[in-house]
Every structure is written in C-alpha cells, then in structure tokens.
Ligand binder design. Structure first.
Ligand code: SF4
Length: 464
C-alpha cells in the first residue's frame, strides 16, 4: 500500500503577485471558489476529518455534494477534470462507492450535530446517473446526516443527455431543483464555442422541466459571447425568463488558451462591464434576488446550496465521489480524481482523500469574508460571536482601502458590497487572503489531470 501524501505545492504553487491578482480598476477574473487554499508545509492527515477540532464551527447547516466527473464529450472551454465515457453504463457501480463513502461520515462526532439543508448532484454530467441510483444515494444520505424540514435536492444536467421520461423519473423520486448548462439559445454562438447542444434541445429541456412542475428550474447563461452586443444579450435574457426559468447563474465567457482565436471577436472589457449591469438591472427590476455573484433567483427559489456554501457564516460541505471537494470540521480537502482509483480506495475501505488542508484560526477568519463577499454582506455580529474578536479591528486597512474605491460600505454592523463592488467581487475577496494563501491560484480540476496516478495517504476507516 502506498502511503505518501502529495505536496500541497503541486496543486497551488506560488505564482508572482502580478499573475495572482488584478488591482482595481482592472477586474480580477479568477473565480474564488475554494478557500483556504492548499498551502501548509505539512502534508494533510485525513484522520483530522473525524477528530475533534479547536477551530470554531461557523454553522452546522450542511450541503452534501455528489460529484460525477464524467461527460459524453469534452467542451473546449471546460476548466474541470472530467473523464469522457461512451454511455451511462461505463459509470458501473460508481453510485455504490458513493453510498459507502457517506457511511464513513458516521465516524465523525460532528455528523450528529449537522443539519442537512441541501443535496446537490453536480459534475461533469450528473444526469449520467440513473434516477434509481440518485434515489438510493438520497436515501442513504438521509440516514447518515440529520435533517429538519424540506431538503433542496438539485440535479445538474446537460440538455443533450436527458429526455422527458428521465426528468419525470427525477421528479418522482423527490428532486425539486434541476439545473442545466443552457448558456445561450443562439445556435451560432453554441457552434462557435464548440458546445454539444442546440437551441432546440435547450428549449425542449427547459419546457419539459417547467411542465413537470419542478419547484426550481435553473439555467446557466453565458454572456460576452463572440460578436454579442447589448441587444443580443437582452433578447437572450427575455428568452430565459419567458420560458419559465426561475434561477439563473450568469457567467462572463472566459476563454481557455485552446480558444484564443475567439478572443478577437469577443466584446471588450468595457462592454463586459455594461453587460454585467444590463443583467443585474434587468433581473432585479423584475424582482429577482441577486443572491450571490453570479447567481440570481426569483423569490422563493433562492438556492440553499449557495447560502450554505458562501454566505457568512458558512456551513459544512461534504463532497462525495471522485474529485469532490469538502469543507468539514475545520478542514478543506478533495478526493482522488480518477473514477477507477476512487472506486478502488472505497472498496479497500479507505478514505479516498487526495489532498487537504487543516484550517488555522487565521484561515477560518479570512474564509468568513473571502467566500462571504460573494453574497455581498459580511455581518460583524456573527463574526464577533464565533471568533470572539472584532472584524473591523482585524481588517481595518482592507476595509478602508475598499471603501476608498467605493467597492464596499459599512452599515448595520456589517460590511456591504456596493453595486459598483459587485462587478469586482473577486478583487474584493483577494484583499482578505491571509499571508500564507496569497499568490496561490485556485485549484481547478484540470490541474489535477497529471497527478491522478500518484500515491496518496491511504487511511482505513476502521483504523481511525
Ligand atoms: S463544460 Fe460541462 S458538459 Fe462540457 S465537458 Fe465540461 S463538465 Fe462536461
């Protein structure tokens, strides 16, 4: 059995200051989704996941995220680690490994105190799991994690992988939220971006979901598309709304090196900023809530997963499956990415953890704000109660700098991101990185590609 843990520097190497950050008024486009970063000098010991921690637990609200890192094709702009498969059957008995993994969490003392708010099947393409498999996973999660009241259950899908019968089966087993990477209804843009769907498929899948009566029908919308102008964007927004979508995540198109040719026909930075506010004004004028950047929802459809993951004080995230990331009990960690390697670890009754980072108190405090600004409000009262110190005393310089740019203001015992600041959420976030996290980039899955066959610390669950 191999027993060497991977170095954190393989995942989040130090880069130069200029590579790491864009200073206001330039907009930083690195989507800050993970914090703290893997930065500690010592390798992570997965046993810490289950041990008592001296780091304050900011909230017991919990999201269980199930990752399916498989797709039927590769999209050119995709930043994730995914394995390309030919059919659902190739996933084999992946779902059984996931069920075994959730059972491991019975070992953690913290588990009994949790309050399960939401279950999220994401990917890759989560809709490659059969509805019966999804149902079994939901049942087993409910046996392990305490809950109280309705649980939001989301399944993400790709428009080309589902039909009416599949969606109907999801509804039947209690899925109440579906989310699709629609991106646009413009066939020309879909083609230019190399996406594997048509506007007809996009329309059909959303209409089916609305007709079936899912509580929330969510869609990703891409803007700053090649040759797109403000009027095109407005037309797209109207299509999303008219079809009955009640939750939208609006992303500005980020191109990978593979697509640099398209960059020349992309709207400029100034146009990008205008488009951001066109979306913001349009949706908020219709009464939608800008819950987090980049997520909007109609009243009653605000995504619990966002509130649990981002909003300060943040809850716990248990990530299940190959490549899933977790934040639990004062640790952040992710699983091995390769599906076969993940299944092997589970069949040996080992934790499938590839790499991780135990929080320091400094990490925990800065995490409160680094992630919290994505929901635009940092309440000082809860910070005081959790960490027994004043937010303002610790971050005075950062707050004053951001206030002088007009990006944040202070009111109601909170730091609030202004309308101007909403466009600069990632710039604001990085101001609060602790020294040891600075100059490290986010651990996107595709960086893990070359590391999947390396060894990791195998800890048998019964030995904990
Ligand atoms: S963009 Fe989505 S569908 Fe395309 S390869 Fe990536 S995860 Fe799969």
């Amino acid at each position: 059995m191999k027993n060497k843990m991977l170095s954190n520097n393989l995942f989040t190497p130090l880069v130069t200051y200029d590579e790491w950050i864009k200073e206001f008024p330039k907009v930083d486009r690195e989507y800050v989704w993970s914090y703290p970063l893997y930065h500690g000098p010592n390798a992570f010991d997965p046993r810490d996941i289950f041990m008592e921690t001296d780091i304050p637990i900011t909230s017991y609200d919990t999201v269980v995220y199930i990752h399916v890192p498989a797709c039927l094709f590769r999209c050119p702009m995709c930043p994730f680690y995914v394995e390309i498969i030919k059919s659902r059957k190739e996933l084999g008995r992946y779902f059984e490994a996931i069920i075994k993994e959730i059972k491991m969490y019975k070992m953690a003392a913290l588990t009994k105190k949790l309050n399960l708010k939401t279950i999220y099947f994401g990917g890759g393409t989560a809709s490659l799991l059969y509805p019966e498999e999804i149902e079994r996973i939901i049942q087993e999660i409910k046996k392990v994690i305490p809950y109280n009241g309705e649980i939001e259950i989301t399944v993400e899908g790709h428009p080309s992988t589902v039909d009416y019968n599949y969606l109907s089966a999801l509804k039947e087993i209690g899925v109440n939220r579906v989310s699709f990477g629609i991106q646009t209804f413009c066939d020309c843009s879909l083609k230019t971006l190399g996406l594997h769907q048509t506007s007809k498929q996009n329309e059909r899948v959303l209409k089916d979901c609305v007709n079936l009566g899912f509580k929330t029908v969510a869609a990703d919308l891409l803007y700053r598309l090649p040759n797109q102008n403000i009027n095109d964007l407005k037309e797209q927004l109207e299509k999303f709304i008219n079809i009955g979508v009640n939750s939208i995540s609006a992303y500005s198109l980020e191109l990978s090196v593979r697509q640099s040719a398209i960059e020349k026909i992309q709207p400029t930075e100034a146009e990008d900023q205008s488009m951001f506010y066109v979306i913001n004004d349009y949706l908020t004028s219709k009464g939608w809530d800008h819950t987090a950047q980049p997520d909007y929802a109609k009243n009653g459809h605000i995504q619990q997963e966002i509130l649990t993951t981002w909003k300060a004080p943040q809850g716990q995230t248990i990530g299940l499956g190959a490549g899933a990331s977790s934040v639990f009990n004062g640790n952040t960690y992710c699983n091995v990415h390769n599906i076969e390697e993940y299944k092997n670890a589970i069949s040996e009754q080992c934790l499938p953890v590839l790499i991780g980072q135990k929080f320091t108190i400094e990490d925990a405090m800065s995490r409160y704000v680094v992630l919290g600004v994505r929901c635009f409000k940092i309440p000082y009262k809860e910070f005081r109660e959790i960490f027994n110190c004043e937010f303002r005393n610790i971050y005075r310089n950062e707050i004053e700098k951001l206030k002088s740019f007009g990006l944040v203001e202070e009111k109601d015992d909170s730091m609030i991101v202004t309308k101007k600041g909403k466009y600069y959420v990632d710039n604001i976030s990085k101001e609060f990185y602790s020294v040891s996290n600075r100059c490290r980039l986010q651990p996107w899955g595709e960086k893990m590609q070359g590391l999947i066959s390396q060894s990791y610390l195998k800890v048998k669950v019964e030995e904990i």
